[in-house]
Design a protein around this ligand. Structure first.
Ligand code: GDL
Length: 464
């Protein structure tokens, strides 16, 4: 691409999650927002575009290519890097020279479509080598460097200022500690991967709560280059019940100087990413301190017009309350957390100690519940469809809690147990997954034990 720049700080979005890829109009809307908000990179890497990963050797059809061309042009006219990624790691034979030719053929097609910048991703692949590859290269890291370097050189001959990105097999601190990819994997990458190639990293974890400057500086020493962050903070492909519309948080602004760029891989549902994109763009250009909550509140104000309804309007206070219930992976928003604590207090204490708590709880709960219902009136239907199943579930839980608190407050427990005609066994919290979830109990330190109900019963002498 004419304005491609091999040293520019990359900031932007990775479409890099599992599940249904975004559609053409969502991607163009993304580019518009990125251009307005000053983000410069879009990485095309949807795990379930089959030709990106599962059948990476197959070329795109004319129709598919036409769509990609529109995207490439859409980026170019807005001054955004369009980077095309392939993930051949599921079944590539590193020592077979014809595999490199296949990768080249795939890039060739994309070069012809106007793409200049590329990525080769080796995340989430089997952590073992076949015998021929082991004999040829000795290690996973060497095999991957060999193929990436060869492809990089080939690409630069055709696109001299191409940006070229690489995702290692261990791509976070925890994976490196577990020696994923083999001994000295990252050291080998640092030594053998050409220095012009950027290396992705997701932080201490796949989903990192915090990413500090010392953490990436330590990695920089191993990799012999500044890492490029692949930030999964707002990704929700690993849990279908959640989404994250909280702010970009847990990363200090100084981090920007310690990395070669930051790209965020967000919620699968495009329409739920307004606040993540907006706050991330603010973070990229902020100077000095970063106030995540203030950035969230201001982005929520900008998001509010998307919540126009055919009936009673949604207010900013409503939206913040709802957004706080779907904030960040490790943290609820302030109002949701306070609401949760109040509910917990009511369940744990005697009604005599409640004073105004029950009334306050009921008021807030019914407000939230009513808000969930009002979402059905949203004019923006894609936004409603993205929300609907999750907020339906929230509504059901609120309804049940209100019933329980009322029964408890009336002093009817335990003689007249709490029941609800809307929360019946099997249709409520039923199904194989919730049943399996109930078998094991996870503790705050991450360990698992048997749920009480399935622990082997003790005999009368205390033996199992
Ligand atoms: C991952 C995957 C990513 C996925 C994310 C969240 C990387 C490099 N790869 O491990 O595709 O969306 O977790 O589930 O992050």
């Amino acid at each position: 691409m004419a304005n491609s720049d091999s040293t520019r700080f990359l900031s932007g979005v990775i479409e890099g999650f599992y599940g249904q890829p975004w559609n053409p109009s969502e991607r163009i809307e993304l580019f518009d927002r990125m251009a307005t908000w000053g983000l410069n990179t879009y990485l095309y890497a949807p795990k379930d575009d089959m030709k990106h990963r599962a059948i990476w050797r197959e070329a795109y059809s004319a129709d598919e290519l036409a769509h990609l061309e529109v995207l490439i042009q859409g980026c170019q006219t807005r001054g955004i890097h369009f980077i095309y990624a392939l993930s051949p790691g599921l079944d590539i034979r590193y020592s077979d020279a014809s595999e490199l030719e296949r990768l080249q053929a795939r890039f060739e097609q994309m070069l012809a479509a106007g793409c200049d910048d590329f990525a080769l991703l080796f995340d989430d692949i089997p952590d073992r080598m076949n015998a021929a590859d082991r004999d040829a290269f000795g290690s996973f890291a060497s095999a991957q460097c060999h193929i990436a370097n060869a492809l990089f050189r080939w690409t630069r001959e055709r696109s001299p200022r191409a940006r070229f990105l690489f995702c290692p097999t261990p791509y976070c601190g925890r994976m490196a500690e577990r020696r994923l990819g083999g001994e000295n994997y990252l050291e080998t990458i640092g030594r053998e991967l050409l220095s012009e190639i950027d290396v992705f990293w997701t932080g201490p974890e796949i989903i990192s709560r915090d990413i500090t400057v010392p953490h990436v500086q330590e990695l920089q020493r191993l990799l012999r280059r500044k890492p490029l962050l692949w930030d999964n903070l707002h990704a929700n492909d690993y849990d279908g019940r959640r989404f994250y519309c909280g702010p970009y948080a847990g990363r200090p602004p100084e981090l920007r100087d310690a990395v070669s760029g930051i790209l965020i891989n967000p919620n699968c549902e495009f329409s739920l990413n307004f606040v993540p994109f907006r706050t991330f763009a603010e973070f990229i250009r902020c100077d000095g301190t970063w106030n995540a909550r203030a950035a969230y509140l201001s982005a929520m104000e900008e998001w509010l017009p998307h919540f126009e309804t055919i009936g009673q309007p949604v207010t900013l206070a409503d939206l913040v309350l709802l957004g706080d219930c779907y904030y960040l992976p490790y943290e609820e928003g302030r109002e949701a957390e306070a609401f949760f604590e109040r509910a917990r207090h009511l369940l744990a204490t005697d009604p005599k100690q409640w004073s105004d708590d029950a009334a306050a709880f009921r008021l807030q709960s019914s407000r939230l519940r009513e808000l969930c219902v009002r979402m059905t009136e949203l004019k923006n239907r894609p936004l409603f469809y993205a929300l609907s199943r999750r907020i339906w579930e929230l509504r059901e839980e609120l309804d049940l809690l209100e019933r329980y608190v009322t029964t408890k407050g009336d002093g009817k427990l335990p003689d007249a147990p709490c029941r609800s005609d809307f929360h019946l066994p099997a249709t409520y919290r039923g199904g194989m997954v919730p049943r399996l979830q109930r078998l094991l109990l996870q503790h705050p330190d991450g360990t698992f034990t048997l749920e009480k109900a399935v622990e082997p019963r003790m005999d009368t002498d205390g033996h199992r």
